[in-house]
Design a protein around this ligand. Structure first.
Ligand SMILES: [Zn+2]
Length: 392
């Protein structure tokens, strides 16, 4: 941990330096905006309805955003020309760098209108995400602050019991290998299983390097209050085991029976009512809105692979072997697989603190992707056939 905080300090300083890619994106953005304002101004002066889409009803509803673009582009143009003048006056000094925050919102606005693609990976993280990254890097081995900050994470807007941000990341399929599969990846449902977070970050790095055929939504820390508690706790800040609290069928009775069976063990308290916890409301919303085809949830330290679903289970992931545990009242396997038909792979790493070695992590991800490939091929074949075949 001492080593971790030293590393954090260095990374934070590195993260404060201007990112050359962002600056290049800013300059490109400024050039595009100048070109755009020229085009728009031209249209305004020759606004006789001759434009192809001018008569379409959509044009009316789009007029406000268009005006925003013109206004912000005009500002940008003025600043750009001022910068050029300054550079001419003081020839020995480089032109002032455009300030990122003034350019980025414009790029985003234009991107939404389909004129310029979003420079998503180069967007600076929000303060919330930057703070989340710094805290996480100080806490979890295998998380690097600057990697995290350049990882296009987003504040979901949801908060934990103690008001910590619940942060996620979307990873799009690489164009050349795009398929239709959607995968939800979750870690640290139990806050004291830190190795799950480091493993997920390593997998995200592999995807950043090699691409992926699938659309991923990644929630690396479902239970930040547990993770950042000193010492970390399995339960959330309300003392609830999130993996016993999801609103499964018969929860009211079954969760009480379960709670009694485990001797009222505090670590496994299912909560006062089904789905009561804000972290689980966020999880349920992700399932509802992202509509994953498969869910992968990382835990520790049982050193095995658990699976809930109809499609044949993965036999092995790295050194972990399949060992089905069954489902519990309020567990994710029960909630997503039994109730909604979404296969759930539960990865139980063999150590809760230290993530597996680099090779093991890579092998696990290779094996996982091989299973995903089999699964999605089967789904495609089933939907291309008579629709009677079962897959998940
Ligand atoms: Zn766990």
């Amino acid at each position: 941990m001492a080593n971790g905080s030293f590393k954090k300090k260095g990374s934070a300083q590195g993260g404060a330096n201007p990112n050359p890619k962002v600056l290049v994106a800013g300059w490109i953005g400024s050039m595009v905006l100048v070109a755009l304002v020229t085009v728009l101004v031209t249209y305004n002066f020759s606004d006789d309805g001759s434009e192809a889409d001018a008569g379409a009803p959509e044009q009316v509803t789009q007029s406000q955003p268009d005006r925003d673009v013109v206004e912000s582009s005009a500002d940008t143009q003025i600043e750009s020309s001022e910068a050029t003048d300054d550079a001419q006056v003081a020839a020995n000094e480089p032109a002032p760098e455009p300030e990122q925050p003034q350019f980025m919102p414009d790029l985003q606005l234009i991107g939404r209108q389909g004129i310029v693609p979003l420079a998503g990976a180069n967007m600076p993280p929000s303060d919330v995400v930057a703070g989340w990254c710094r805290d996480l890097a100080a806490r979890v081995d295998g998380v690097d602050t600057s990697d995290c900050m350049s990882g296009a994470f987003a504040d979901s807007g949801h908060k934990s019991v103690n008001g910590r941000a619940l942060v996620m990341r979307k990873i799009e399929p690489s164009k050349q290998q795009a398929g239709s599969g959607r995968v939800l990846l979750i870690a640290a449902t139990h806050g004291d299983e830190l190795s799950s977070v480091g493993t997920v970050f390593s997998w995200m790095n592999i995807m950043a390097d090699k691409g992926t055929p699938y659309a991923w939504q990644v929630a690396p820390v479902l239970n930040p209050d547990g993770l950042f508690h000193e010492p970390p706790t399995r339960v959330n800040a309300n003392g609830v085991d999130l993996n016993r609290n999801l609103p499964t069928a018969g929860w009211d009775k079954e969760s009480r029976d379960y709670w009694r069976r485990v001797g009222f063990e505090k670590r496994r308290f299912p909560g006062e009512s089904a789905g009561s916890e804000p972290e689980n409301k966020w999880l349920a919303e992700q399932i509802r809105e992202f509509k994953p085809d498969v869910i992968i949830s990382l835990h520790a330290p049982y050193g095995l692979l658990d699976y809930d679903g109809d499609f044949p289970a993965p036999r092995k992931m790295g050194s972990l072997n399949l060992h089905r545990l069954g489902v519990y009242p309020g567990s994710l396997g029960n909630y997503a697989s039994r109730m909604q038909g979404i296969p759930v792979i539960t990865v139980e790493l063999d150590n809760a603190d230290e993530a597996p070695g680099e090779q093991e992590i890579a092998q696990m991800f290779t094996d996982l992707n091989a299973w995903l490939d089999r699964y999605f091929r089967s789904v495609r074949q089933a939907s291309a056939g008579n629709g009677a075949a079962e897959a998940g």
